[in-house]
Design a protein around this ligand. Sequence first.
Ligand code: SME
Length: 148
Amino acid sequence: MDYQIAEEKIVEILHKTEEKDVLQKTIKFLHENFEKYNWIGIYIVKDDNLILGPWIGPNATEHTKIPIGRGVCGAAAKTGKTEIVDDVKSDNRYLSCFITTKSEIVVPIYKDEKVIGEIDIDSDEKASFTEKDKEFLEKIADMLKEHI
Ligand code: SME
């Protein structure tokens, strides 16, 4: 799907969805419309940890609580910068979840200049995530900040 159209559709989802379902509906939409987004989860910052919130994908992850600073997720939360890993095997920070995962993107969600959560996406293809995905997902992260 075209990124601009997806952005507009997500704005619609945010407007018409009951608050308790907003995160789940948004990741379901992303999962259904971007084939390479094989697993999507939202982590929420609680004290010094990331706690897994809604997720969608073929399997559950064992990493439901990640200390800030650990793994690719913890790195993004610590620096506040989007992380793109083209080949998870060659990144020693990577915490393995699924044997099928080859690349990953982690996008921080900011509110009042603080990281309050993040969007984590795993892909079964190497180097799935481009600057376009980064730009798009950073906009989605900004839209979700009021729903964390
Ligand atoms: N790979 C992540 C852990 C979360 S799973 O991908 C769902 C990491 O290295 O932080």
